[in-house]
Design a protein around this ligand. Structure first.
Ligand SMILES: Nc1ncnc2c1ncn2[C@@H]1O[C@H](COP(=O)(O)OP(=O)(O)OP(=O)(O)O)[C@@H](O)[C@H]1O
Ligand SMILES: [Mg+2]
Length: 169
């Protein structure tokens, strides 16, 4: 089984993937698959334009990590979630523009990555990492990958960050 570890920027994907790698899992980073798949730069969005169709997995890792990992040829998808106010803080600390901070926090509030993942027609799991340490998140991701008994715990649709949006009006 190849699992995508996805989520909005700042959700903790890289940190959790590093922890899982140190536990012995074979991790491939989306960044390392990009060669030949970047077709330009979107100034408006302040991000690279990636032709995901051109990306092929050359091996069968345990985990592919990245905010577009769910678009690849994986078997199941794990979405890391974090309260939008946490996403805001982390992205601001990185020096992202206020526009990019808000866009990503709002995307988290309206479940964008989960919805995109569900559209792939594969098994999707969500982990609400709010208030959890990186190790605790890695424990939960491991539990999912091992096929732990209680998968209802991670069933998509239980997380509701909509108050982040509603509070603005
Ligand atoms: N569970 C956590 N508890 C505390 N801090 C965390 C946690 N997860 C991540 N962080 C911190 O948040 C920041 C963003 O984490 P990280 O770089 O892993 O996110 P990412 O999802 O890989 O982002 P990107 O999509 O931009 O690569 C880092 O400074 C990291 O140390
Ligand atoms: Mg990362």
């Amino acid at each position: 089984m190849i699992y995508a570890l996805t989520g909005v920027p700042g959700s903790g994907k890289s940190s959790v993937a590093d922890e899982l790698e140190s536990r012995g899992y074979d991790v491939v980073r989306f960044e390392d698959l990009l060669a030949g798949a970047v077709s330009g730069y979107d100034e408006e969005a302040d991000s690279r334009i990636v032709d995901v169709e051109k990306i092929k997995l050359k091996s069968k890792p345990d985990i592919v990590v990245g905010h577009l990992a769910h678009e690849l040829g994986v078997d199941a998808i794990i979405v890391l979630r974090a309260d939008p106010s946490i996403i805001e803080k982390r992205l601001r600390a990185r020096g992202y523009s206020e526009k990019k901070v808000k866009e990503n926090a709002e995307a988290e509030a309206i479940d964008v990555i989960t919805i995109e993942s569900l559209e792939r027609g594969k098994a999707v799991y969500e982990v609400d990492t709010s208030g959890m340490s990186i190790r605790e998140v890695a424990d939960q991701v491991e539990e999912i990958m091992k096929g732990g008994e209680d998968k209802r715990k991670y069933a998509p649709g239980k997380i509701d960050f909509s108050s982040y949006i509603l509070e603005e009006y």
